[in-house]
Design a protein around this ligand. Structure first.
Ligand code: FE
Ligand code: FE
Ligand code: ZN
Length: 301
């Protein structure tokens, strides 16, 4: 089994999944992650099965498996919040149905932010909401993302994730997405990935791990900041990131880059480019590219 590596790609209403696959192919990826619309809002168009079938054909030509494709739920879903609870539940449910229609089986979700609520109350709300959403037999698994602990985010420790999972009735539809930037910022030392995985296994169980977000971090271990850096350009470092990607225990799990676009900003902030084609190259070659910016500039010129 080889690497399953890709990045966040765009999803536009006129090209839908087909456009996402084209973008992933340009990055020489063999999987990808997308949002079904803008991550900050809930405007969503209807899905064209014709575009979906074309996307499947293009995936087949490029050795991409549907089971490795990831969808990310929008940030505005917050199951913690009493006021937004009904909205968040119904939107998440619709998101699951959209995934099912696209044939996508993994939906990444931020557990939520407790804001003014007492932590246990917030976690109880998350469990309640997920049990409503997961109370049917759709073939879509919700992957709870490990968070950095910025503000009042829930999910900054493996124990919190475990507590949520323990409350879920439909266990076959719940999983975890590990984000390397987030765990670094939460205080887990990625340079000792085997210790981190031991702890994950003991507390949650490695069988729950179904997606990995590969990001370097702009901030120190335990900073609770959540700012992603390009691979090898942050505090985690290239060798430690490679240590995660090629770890035997993580073989076959889809790995998704969510690193920032780079380039020089003009007045319209237009001249920034996706780094993924070059980061995926670095990862496949296991060789750090200290000339990322120039390579990207000349490629996209
Ligand atoms: Fe995320
Ligand atoms: Fe992430
Ligand atoms: Zn993040």
């Amino acid at each position: 089994m080889g690497l399953v590596i890709g990045s966040h790609v765009s999803y536009k209403n006129d090209t839908q999944l087909l456009g996402s696959v084209y973008e992933a192919v340009r990055y020489k990826a063999n999987t990808f992650m997308f949002y079904t619309g803008a991550p900050q809002n809930t405007k969503r168009g209807s899905i064209s099965d014709e575009l979906t079938y074309k996307a499947y054909e293009l995936m087949k030509e490029n050795d991409m498996a549907l089971e490795n494709v990831i969808c990310h739920a929008p940030y505005i879903i917050n199951l913690c919040n009493d006021d937004n609870f009904d909205f968040s539940v119904s939107f998440l449910k619709q998101e699951v149905i959209r995934c099912e229609q696209l044939g996508v089986t993994k939906l990444v979700l931020h557990p939520g932010s407790s804001v003014g609520l007492e932590r246990n109350h917030a976690i109880a709300n998350i469990i309640k909401g997920l049990n409503i959403v997961l109370d049917d037999d759709h073939n879509v698994c919700i992957c709870l993302e490990t968070m950095s602990g910025k503000g009042t985010e829930v999910g900054k420790t493996f124990e919190e994730i475990k507590t949520i999972i323990a409350g879920i009735k439909n266990k076959k539809r719940i999983a975890v997405c590990l984000d390397t930037c987030h765990i670094n910022d939460a205080g887990y030392d990625v340079s000792k990935i085997d210790d981190v995985l031991d702890s994950f296994d003991k507390i949650i169980g490695l069988s729950y791990l179904k997606c990995i977000h590969i990001n370097d971090s702009k901030n120190e271990l335990g900073s609770h900041k959540d700012r992603h850096a390009n691979i090898g350009y942050g505090t985690i470092g290239f060798d430690n990131i490679i240590g995660v990607i090629y770890n035997k225990r993580l073989e076959g799990i889809p790995m998704i880059l969510e690193t920032p676009y780079i380039g020089e900003y003009d007045e319209d902030k237009n001249k920034i480019y996706p780094p993924y084609r070059f980061e995926i190259d670095m990862i496949r070659n296991k060789k750090f590219n200290n000339n990322l910016l120039n390579d990207i500039r000349s490629y996209y010129k």
